[in-house]
Design a protein around this ligand. Structure first.
Ligand code: PHE
Length: 380
């Protein structure tokens, strides 16, 4: 009996001390969920690198509200169900004050309702499907949305490349892919173009020859493939094997050096829209980008891609909001995030609109050999 009483006393004491010196006053805990393994492992890794660089810089300058910031990162293995599981853990077990993630829209849509229900603000660095931030008023993003991105590529195809007969090949298991295909189609038709073929696949598929043969039969002058880099790389190779030589076009889901590793020569000359380019001479961001690229190269010995830049911006905007909120309470951070205006991001100046989205320009990139080259910037 006495042993038990002493034991219980120690437990209660431990919890109180832990609360006073740990959770409550020691550090600010921020959760991150991303695909560190699985079909889109490169998304998770490059985003995480950007986030960690931002947090390191912030902590070097004294942290936020006088405390150090600590990221608790969880791998969702590129699976929406796993995304829900790890977000529950971050929110309920780790009691993080806010969550960064995901990149893929389908996974953000699984994580968002959990954050929303717990009143824990979530900031997606890169999910572009319009539905993501409609999950609730605690859900934010620092990137543009696909209604805009679809128009960017339709305009680029119609006006810049002068294409008239597009085919579309989309991933039906992926909300981002389905949405972007729809927005591209609407705008391309509005511009007088025609969609001559539509075909679909599912994430994880390896053989696209049947899709490509049916597309080839309709004789398109370009093919829009709003998917992720692994499948797109394989699609490109098989398209060239089938002697389809027209340019392939895509969206930000192409953004990975793995696209070129998988697609090799087959993706050479192709175009995609995305959020940022190192070689973009945009006067608004040039100086910031140069500093960011320098710091990133020093830490990781490689160039930051668009996801690294968005991860960096998302982490900095969140920390800035916590500082302005002067509190780590969910509702106060939420209000501060919603009031974000003209934040100087490396992906552009970021203002959060009333739907918790960021209105920003997009860049179009071309694959040239083993590199992505900036082609043009398109305003909203
Ligand atoms: N926009 C994609 C989505 O919503 C994710 C993505 C963003 C991938 C940027 C690569 C680069 O699913």
């Amino acid at each position: 009996m006495r042993k038990l009483a002493v034991f219980l006393f120690m437990v209660v004491l431990g919890v109180c001390v832990g609360w006073a010196f740990g959770g409550a006053s020691g550090e600010i805990l921020i959760g991150e969920y991303g695909s560190f393994t699985g079909t889109t492992a490169d998304f998770g890794k490059t985003t995480h690198n950007g986030i960690m660089l931002a947090i390191e810089e912030i902590n070097k300058k004294g942290g936020v509200l006088g405390k150090k910031v600590r990221i608790i990162a969880e791998d969702d293995a590129s699976s929406p169900e796993q995304a829900a599981t790890v977000v529950k853990k971050l929110v309920n077990q780790d009691r993080v004050v806010a969550v960064l993630g995901e990149v893929a829209s389908s996974r953000s849509m699984f994580g968002a309702p959990i954050c929303q229900a717990a009143k824990v603000p979530m900031v997606s660095p890169a999910s572009t499907n319009p539905e993501v931030t409609r999950k609730g008023d605690y859900i934010f993003r620092v990137c543009f949305t696909d209604d805009f991105q679809g128009k960017v590529m339709a305009k680029f195809a119609a006006e810049y490349l002068k294409k008239r007969r597009a085919a579309i090949l989309k991933d039906v298991k992926n909300d981002y892919s389905v949405g972007l295909a729809k927005f591209f189609k609407e705008d391309f038709i509005k511009r007088g173009g025609q969609i001559v073929a539509e075909s679909s696949y599912k994430e994880g598929d390896k053989d696209f020859r049947a899709n490509l043969a049916s597309i080839r039969a309709k004789n398109p002058d370009c093919i829009f493939i709003p998917g992720y880099y692994s499948e797109v790389g394989n699609i490109a190779r098989q398209a060239r094997e089938l002697r389809i030589q027209v340019p392939l076009l895509g969206g930000d889901g192409w953004e990975s050096s793995k696209l070129i590793e998988i697609g090799k020569k087959a993706v050479d000359g192709c175009y995609f829209s995305t959020h940022y380019a190192i070689d973009d001479k945009n006067p608004e961001t040039q100086k910031r980008v140069a500093d960011f690229v320098k710091a990133y190269r020093a830490k990781y010995k490689e160039d930051p891609n668009g996801l690294s830049a968005l991860g960096y911006d998302a982490a900095r905007i969140l920390c800035d909001a916590i500082a302005r909120a002067k509190s780590t309470e969910g509702p106060k951070i939420r209000a501060a995030l919603a009031a974000t205006k003209n934040f100087p991001g490396v992906t552009g100046n970021i203002t959060i609109d009333k739907n918790r989205n960021a209105v920003k320009s997009a860049v179009v990139m071309q694959v040239v050999g083993t590199k992505f080259k900036f082609v043009t910037r398109i305003q909203p």
